[in-house]
Design a protein around this ligand. Structure first.
Ligand code: AMP
Length: 213
C-alpha cells in the first residue's frame, strides 16, 4: 500500500517536525510547499520572485504557482512509493487538484489542532537551520549549541514570517482559507484530529496508530 499522508493544521502546529520524523521512519519524502517556495525564493527563480511578495506578508501564494511546483515535485521518482504533504493543500482549489492527482489512492489526513495563543508562542520561539531546514524550539527542542544546527552544523535563523505581526496574519489567513478543508476531508471520512499541543513522541504514536500501513 502506498503511504500517503496529508498533514493539515495551522502554522506552528508541528506539521514540519512531525512530518520529518515520520518520513524518516517510513522511508518516504516529506514534501513541504513552504520549503519548495522558500527554495524558489532563495534561487530567485521567476516563480520565487512572484511568490516572495505574498510570503513576506503572510498571505497565500496564488494557487497556479503552488500547483505547478507541487505537481513537479510529486512526479519525481522518490515519491512513487508514497509521501507526506506539509502545508499543501491550503485552499479548496488545491484540495480539488490534489484529489484528481491522488485518484483512488487510500490516503489519510491528520489535522494537527492547536490554539492561537499556543501557536504564537511556539512560532516566536522557532528557529530553523538555513542549510538543512531542521526545526528547533528555543525552550522545548533547543539545539545542543546555541545558534547551531545539531544535524548539519548550519546556522539557525528565525524565519522572516515568524515575527509576531506576520504570525497573526498567517493565522487569520489559515482560519479563513484552510479551515473549510477540514470539513471537506471529514465528510470524505479521511480526517483524524490529533492535538498538536502534546509532546512530540506522544503525537507521533497517536498518528502511527491512525495509519493503516
Ligand atoms: P509554511 O512554511 O507552510 O508556513 O508556508 C510559508 C508561506 O509559504 C505561507 O505563509 C504562504 O505564503 C506560502 N505557502 C506555503 N504553502 C502554500 C500553499 N499550499 N498555498 C499557498 N501559499 C503557500
Amino acid at each position: 500500500m502506498k503511504k500517503i499522508l496529508i498533514l493539515l493544521g495551522p502554522p506552528g502546529a508541528g506539521k514540519g517536525t512531525v512530518g520529518a520524523h515520520l518520513a524518516r521512519q517510513w522511508g518516504i519524502p516529506l514534501i513541504s510547499s513552504g520549503d519548495l517556495l522558500r527554495e524558489s525564493v532563495r534561487n530567485s527563480t521567476e516563480l520565487g520572485q512572484q511568490a516572495r511578495q505574498f510570503m513576506v506578508r503572510g498571505q497565500l501564494v496564488p494557487d497556479r504557482l503552488v500547483l505547478g511546483l507541487i505537481g513537479q515535485r510529486l512526479a519525481r521518482t522518490d515519491a512513487a512509493g508514497g509521501f507526506i504533504l506539509d502545508g499543501f493543500p491550503r485552499t479548496a482549489a488545491q484540495a480539488e487538484a490534489l484529489s484528481q492527482l491522488l485518484d483512488e489512492e487510500n490516503f489519510r489526513v491528520i489535522y494537527l489542532k492547536a490554539s492561537d495563543d499556543f501557536l504564537v508562542e511556539r512560532l516566536s520561539n522557532r528557529r530553523v537551520c538555513e542549510l538543512c531546514g531542521a526545526i528547533f524550539h528555543l525552550i522545548n527542542i533547543p539545539p545542543r549549541q546555541p545558534g547551531v544546527c545539531d544535524s548539519c552544523g548550519g546556522r539557525l535563523i528565525q524565519r522572516d514570517d515568524d515575527q509576531p505581526e506576520v504570525i497573526r496574519n498567517r493565522l487569520a489567513v489559515y482560519h479563513e482559507q484552510t479551515t473549510p478543508l477540514l470539513n471537506y476531508y471529514r465528510q470524505a471520512g479521511r480526517l483524524t484530529e490529533v492535538s498538536g499541543e502534546r509532546p512530540l513522541q506522544e503525537t507521533l504514536e497517536t498518528i502511527q496508530q491512525q495509519c493503516p500501513w
